[in-house]
Write a protein that binds this ligand. Sequence first.
Ligand code: ADP
Ligand code: MG
Length: 720
Amino acid sequence: MFNKIIFYNVISLKLIFKFIKMDILDTSLEYLKGIGPNRAQLIKKELKIKNFRELLYHLPIRYIDRSKFYYINELTNSKTDVQIKGKIENFYYKNHKNGKRLVATLYDNTGKIDLVWFRGYKWIEKKISINTNYVVFGKLSWFLNSPNIVHPEITSKNKFEKITHAKIFPIYSTNESLISKGINQSILRTSILNLFEKTNYTFKETIPKHIISELRLMSKSNALNKIHFPNKIEEIDEATKRLKFEELFYLQIQLLKKNKINKLKIKGFNFTKVDFLFNTFYNKYLEFKLTDSQKKVIREIRNDMGSGNQMNRLLQGDVGSGKTIVAFFSVLIALDNKFQTCIMAPTEVLSKQHYESLQFFSKKLNINISILTGSTKASEKKIIIKNLFEGKIDIIIGTHALIEEKIKFKNLGLAIIDEQHKFGVAQRSKLWKKNFTPPHMLIMTATPIPRTLAMTAYGDLDISVIDELPKGRLKVKTFLKSDSKRLEVFSFIKKQIKEGRQIYIVYPLIEESKKMDYKDLMDGYDSISREFPLPHYKLSILHGKMKSDEKKIEMNRFISGETQIMVATTVIEVGVNIPNASVMIIESAEKFGLSQLHQLRGRVGRGRFQSYCILVSGEKKSNEAKIRLETMRNSNDGFEIADVDLRLRGPGNIMGTEQSGILNLKIADLINDNTLLKKAREFASEILNEDPELNNIKNIEIKNTYKSITMNKNIWNYIG
Ligand code: ADP
Ligand code: MG
């Protein structure tokens, strides 16, 4: 009777699924044979697995080889995992001062071994019976010269043979609480096996046939079967690869769709003209030859702004790669189409520098440029606001001050943001809202992140990369020095100053211990003043506690060459461009992150002189710090450095929490599976270019899968 009800239930469940097109994988775990409501509850609580799908994707964390069987008289005196076939002779309880235990004696033709349980024995007692064939597996131990296994896995021989004829067994993550309640590896394994039986070992294919054959991927069904119950070790890799690809492929489909939807929805100004200003500047006033990378990026920007849709482009380029001139060409396109531009930078120093660069570039072009920062006088600000609104200013450069409500434009056509990661997405969108039609957005960053990661993390942006430095640049030479070699460093500085160069000496600035850092900086400043006394040497100092006009004065003294040494905290990090500075000394370099070190080093090597970066550190450093310093010494390539950084810190930490959600992949790994990620990106974009709405019948599975991902907001709630 009871069986019948279950039977009907199963039949009707299947029918219901068929009618409402529900997926059997959505079935609650309690309906799986061998699980039931109590175990389902426990598994849900401990492993967060609620339904068939989640169990199916509870992938093994490792495997053990169960191809080898031992005879009992073969067992050696070591504590290894062993597997034995045999029958239970008898079992009994034994009282011990630490509590009761169940002992069962297993025998084969060669000898006997004790199997011992301290916990969960009630359940075992019910399960085992005398004179039945079993396969047991566990860690061998010895007591008074006789072998035993504590808490072995025990499976009836019949069942063992049914389990995939397998030699390699999956091991799943589990915990003490589950094990103590009898939910051990063998139960998990059997449950998954039951799941396979219930689904006929078949799962809906979600990757198009042509990709499967081109990349020689396993089918979905095969991959899921093999990842749980492989016959050979190589199959595990193949199965994993297939599942990783699937995860990355749908991640890319999502991102590219989002990008396309954004583009379709957001109409932008159509800058059809590339006209007088652009051409005049390019032909007459540009003082150097653009690198091929710069040309390529300018072309990309030009296409974007003339497409009728809003441009949303991230421009990545290593420090010194020449992003400013690219920005300037974009500005000229906007101006040729009679639109204004705003350029936002994270600090006053940087804003000022952009202001000066652009003034310099445009000196013969009759362009009206203004700067607006926190320290602009109120009266001046008023005039700027008025002129902006009336369209008398062509380019406005500034800090956050530009986002203020009262800043209004006559016709803002292009917004450029330098050093993206200092601004949040929220600030970006505030700039958008300054117009009814959003301006084109160009976001520039000198923090190189590996391209595939960038594409993934900034899925809503198109990416341009300047991946070469202007010709003739001398590579900055980097040296590591320990504290004790400071005198050598000082004499090197003196030599450089004698040759007319300028020097940065940077101390760390760590938010949590500002006081201490301030002390470090001041102590350092004192000893440097003693070593480099007036009137031979003049020093500047720059730190976060100074008022903004004090900073400006100090900065200008250094820029003008009045001072030779700039002692500073990392406030100078971003963007500062002083071509005569040729030495960057970084004190306590072990305290800096890789991208910061790279940024700081980028402050030198900007002129025609050979430049040097000296990383001074204490004797004691963590391994990670050593790797960072070595990486700096060995590489000048921002992308390579970013890659190491990524490996050290993981994508979440690099991209900030905002993007980490999407980077939370379950099987694939954005760093190690880079090649696969690229492939996934290629295929996804090929498919979407050809069929953006996925309406083509051959893409129907992709469309359905994509739909359920977006509905569930979680890539792992769909695949199956
Ligand atoms: P970043 O990408 O770090 O912002 P900048 O735009 O400040 O770099 O450029 C660094 C320096 O290189 C500037 O002095 C700039 O004028 C110069 N520069 C840019 N492009 C070229 C080029 N193609 N050839 C020579 N010098 C260039
Ligand atoms: Mg710059």
